[in-house]
Each structure stands twice: as C-alpha cells, then as structure tokens.
Ligand binder design. Structure first.
Ligand SMILES: Cc1cc2nc3c(=O)[nH]c(=O)nc-3n(C[C@H](O)[C@H](O)[C@H](O)COP(=O)(O)OP(=O)(O)OC[C@H]3O[C@@H](n4cnc5c(N)ncnc54)[C@H](O)[C@@H]3O)c2cc1C
Length: 276
C-alpha cells in the first residue's frame, strides 16, 4: 500500500466483574456499579494492529463508544502504541443495543475517512454477543472475517488470514478495506511502555456526539434499539452428585452397576449403548 495504511480498532470499556447491576426499569447496565476496564479481548485487536504498523507502517485510531470514563481505555490503547483516540459519547447513546452501537461506530469510522482495515475483539465480556464487529462491516458494506486466528500477509488491496471454523482452520484472502474480528490466539499482548504512557497523557481525545456525527436520532440509544435487555439471570448449575464407593471386589461391581443405572436414568447411556 503506497499510502500509509489506516487501521481503526473499536475498543469497549466493560465492568471488571461479572456481577453487573441492571437498572430494574430500563434493563440498562448501571456502568458505575463496578470498576471499568478495557475489554480484555480488545487487547488482541490492538496488538494485531500494532504488529501491522511495525511491519509496514500504519496510523492506528482507537475508538470507543461509552461514558466519559471510557477515555481511560483509549489512553491505555495509546500507551500501547495506537496513534489517536476518539470517544463517541452522548446521553443519546445510553442503552444502545448492538445494532445501535454498531451504527454509531460505523458512522464515526466513515467520518475518519479512508480506512483500510478495522479490527475488533472477538466479543465483549459483558454483552458477550460478538455482534458489533460484523454489524459495523454491514453498515459500511465491507467484507468481514470473523474468528481470525492469524494474519498471514498484508498486501496492497488484500489481506491473507487464517480463521477458526468448526472443522478446524480456513485460510482466506480478503479484499481491503475490510473488517476482522480476532481471537486471543492471534498474538501475545505487549505491555504499555513508560514512553507510551507519557505520550498517552499528552494526547488529546476528541469527543464526538450525535451532532458531530450527524446521526439519525431514531437509531440511537434505548429508543432506537430493536433489542432490549429485559432481564439477566445468573445461570443456576443444579448439581446432585451420587457418591459411588468402589474399593474392591463386590463393591466395584455394585459401584459400576449403580453408575450405569445413573447414566441410563439421565439418558446418557441407553440400554442399546450398553451392549455395543
Ligand atoms: C448482559 C448483557 C447482555 C446484552 N445482550 C444484548 C443482546 O442480546 N443484544 C443486543 O443487541 N445488545 C445486548 N446488550 C447490549 C450490548 O452489550 C451493547 O449494545 C454493547 O454496546 C455491544 O454489544 P456487546 O457488549 O455484545 O459487544 P460485542 O459485540 O460482543 O463486541 C465485539 C467487539 O465490538 C467492539 N465493541 C463493542 N462495543 C463497543 C463499544 N461500545 N465501543 C467500541 N467498540 C465496541 C469491540 O471490539 C468488541 O470486542 C447486552 C448487554 C449486557 C450487559
């Protein structure tokens, strides 16, 4: 790519813990209910962009949609080596589902201008849908490669990647501009340097809202979101273990037959399975 490559990495601020508190009325997460961190899976997206920058030069924008506290995660991305940070923040964005979130992120990427590559994490540890990446690609009408495990080659106009599929791995060449969602196995994440942290402190983070992005307000926030999180229930794992004592002789035989009974009564083992 004669011109310097432009890479955008959307990163999300997420609660540090899984015990998130939801507003009982709106079902929206009360983000101040726990300490916020950079979505751990986005570190691999940042690292992937930095490795491309080192191998062939690039300008990397880290962008995040969230409350003003999300500036912290953008500073972390700059301390790791990203060039610019952009915060998309506006009361109108509150309660956005993935469709509305991806619309806002895609609009910001359009406003940045010529972008060659967008790299997102596999998923966010709170919403955990993995939908935002492919949705951004859809808004921007870009090809997308999900579950990318390796970036093999970055050429003029195309990228060769390996991605995880159910049957194993698939290698594909994808035209740029495009979007990749990346897996943890793609790279070892570097630590931010002191020099990087100093640069992050001195790098201003512009904040874009509904007005700056000229967004369609009917697509925004809780009202503009087709999906509403109405309730989150922790999964209850009901365990009722049986204890089988099989020390020697008789008790082993008894133990094995009560184990078989248990497996049959739970439809793990069928009568037929026993004889095959
Ligand atoms: C427990 C819970 C369940 C939810 N379930 C749903 C649901 O089923 N459907 C739905 O539409 N919404 C749901 N939401 C709302 C959803 O979390 C938000 O819309 C969120 O902004 C994006 O979805 P996600 O967290 O699933 O991100 P994912 O789609 O898992 O994130 C994938 C990648 O997209 C990028 N990304 C995601 N969010 C942002 C952001 N705000 N800024 C920058 N980059 C970002 C990151 O690179 C991230 O790695 C849920 C929220 C919670 C807390």
């Amino acid at each position: 790519m004669g011109e310097i490559m432009v890479i955008v990495v959307p990163i999300k601020q997420v609660p540090e813990t899984s015990n998130v508190v939801l507003d009982p009325i709106t079902g929206v997460m009360i983000r101040s209910s726990s300490k916020a961190i950079l979505n751990p899976l986005d570190l691999y997206a940042i690292e992937s962009a930095l490795q491309i920058k080192e191998s062939r030069g690039a300008t990397i924008y880290a962008i995040s949609m969230g409350p003003s506290s999300a500036i912290k995660v953008l500073k972390e991305a700059i301390a790791m080596g990203c060039d610019e940070g952009l915060l998309l923040s506006d009361r109108a964005f509150a309660g956005s589902d993935t469709w509305s979130t991806s619309y806002t992120l895609a609009s910001a990427i359009k406003k940045i201008g010529k972008v060659d590559l967008i790299i997102t994490g596999e998923k966010a540890t709170d919403g955990d849908t993995g939908q935002v990446g492919p949705e951004i690609a859809s808004w921007l009408n870009l090809p997308v490669s999900t579950y990318t495990s390796h970036i093999l080659e970055v050429e003029e106009g195309s990228i060769k990647v390996k991605r995880l599929i159910e049957e194993g791995y698939q290698t594909e060449i994808i035209q740029t501009p495009c979007l990749l969602t990346v897996l943890k196995e793609i790279a070892f994440v570097r630590l931010a340097t002191l020099k990087g942290k100093k640069r992050a402190m001195n790098t201003p983070i512009p904040i874009w809202g509904e007005k700056e992005l000229e967004l369609d307000s009917s697509y925004l926030g809780l009202k503009g979101s087709p999906t509403k999180v109405v309730k989150i229930e922790p999964t209850k794992v009901a365990r009722s273990p049986i204890v089988v004592e099989a020390i020697e002789g008789e008790s082993v035989v008894k133990g094995v037959s009560s184990l078989i009974e248990f497996l049959q009564s739970n439809n793990v083992l069928t009568k037929r399975g026993l004889h095959e």
